[in-house]
Design a binder for this molecule. Structure first.
Ligand code: SAM
Length: 295
């Protein structure tokens, strides 16, 4: 099937503080919608801000929001285009090498027979979704999952923001238990279900489309004693309350998708909900956190 393009809006800003201000505003506005907001530092120190939309965005609204948070000059530089995501992501995957993370190795189909037999293999065809294992956030989550599994065997597991399904598949392969996986993005829901079947855990991993905890499935499947959530810092902060309400006492939570300087604010939001930090991994500027629900 020919992939449909995603719609992209991008612009750049002079420094991190301006990027953070704009990203906070945009994430707040598009939190409930089908948009992903990302900011990355360029080698020259400027910050690129990019939004991906499933449907064509309201360009005037976006210009207004950027003008309000960054000024008219920056709003005038906004560029709108479309990206044929699937083709180039798949093409670039051909060059990716397997990624070891604790007991897990994430690999593409071309490396299926080259992974050491004592590892838990997770085969990922990323296509439109995020999560080949190469990103520091995915690797951080897998390493923390490996750590959790050394001392406990969670029974009720949620992977929120599943992308390719990589973390849900890892948990299902290691624990042979049911895992609920969710994503805001319809293509990711389809890709994650396909990857779960490819990895022979299709009967363990149930993938649903949901924004945050806004679906009855979470209450029905919870309370969870392990939650993995690799999404951005602001949604993570906003999800602290709903997540705490879906956790069993003593539950472990693995969070990632936050830049290291954003970690203190995320930790504070979860501490306020009785979740205490146990571990903090820093990989390539990204933080991954392991927390435990007290009481
Ligand atoms: C950084 S990717 C992580 C993918 C995978 N779990 C991993 O660790 O590689 C974040 C995923 O979260 C999804 N997402 C973002 N905000 C969300 C929200 N509020 N509720 C559910 N999913 C969300 C995105 O669509 C994306 O697939």
């Amino acid at each position: 099937m020919q992939p449909s393009p995603t719609h992209r809006a991008s612009f750049s800003l002079a420094d991190e503080a301006s990027a953070k201000r704009v990203v906070d505003v945009l994430t707040e506005v598009f939190f409930e919608g089908d948009a992903a907001v990302a900011a990355f530092e360029r080698p020259d120190g400027r910050w690129d801000v990019t939004l991906h939309f499933a449907d064509a965005p309201d360009q005037e609204l976006l210009r207004e929001l950027v003008a309000t948070s960054a000024g008219n000059e920056i709003a005038a530089t906004l560029v709108f285009d479309t990206v044929e995501a699937k083709d180039w992501v798949k093409a670039s995957l051909e060059d990716l090498v397997p990624v070891p993370a604790g007991r897990f190795v994430v690999h593409g189909s071309h490396d299926r027979d080259r992974v050491a037999p004592n590892k838990l293999k997770i085969e990922i065809e990323a296509a439109l979704a995020f999560g080949t294992g190469h990103h520091g956030t995915t690797r951080g989550c897998l390493l923390l999952l490996d750590h959790v599994l050394k001392s406990s065997g969670p029974r009720n597991i949620l992977d929120l923001g599943t992308g390719t399904g990589v973390l849900a598949i890892a948990a299902a392969k290691a624990l042979h238990r049911a895992v609920l996986a969710s994503d805001i993005d319809p293509p990711s829901v389809r890709v994650a279900a396909e990857n779960a079947a490819l990895n022979e855990v299709g009967t363990c991993v149930r993938v649903i489309r949901a924004t945050g905890f806004a679906a009855p499935d979470f209450a029905k499947s919870g309370p969870f004693d392990l939650v993995l959530a690799n999404i951005l810092a602001n949604p993570l902060r906003q999800l602290a309350g709903p997540m705490a309400r879906h956790l069993a006492p003593g539950a472990r939570v693995i969070l990632s998708g936050l830049l290291t300087h954003q970690a203190p604010a995320v930790i504070a939001a979860y501490r306020a909900r009785d979740l205490v930090p146990l571990r903090h991994l820093r990989i390539e500027g990204w933080s991954s956190l392991l927390l435990r629900k007290v009481g």
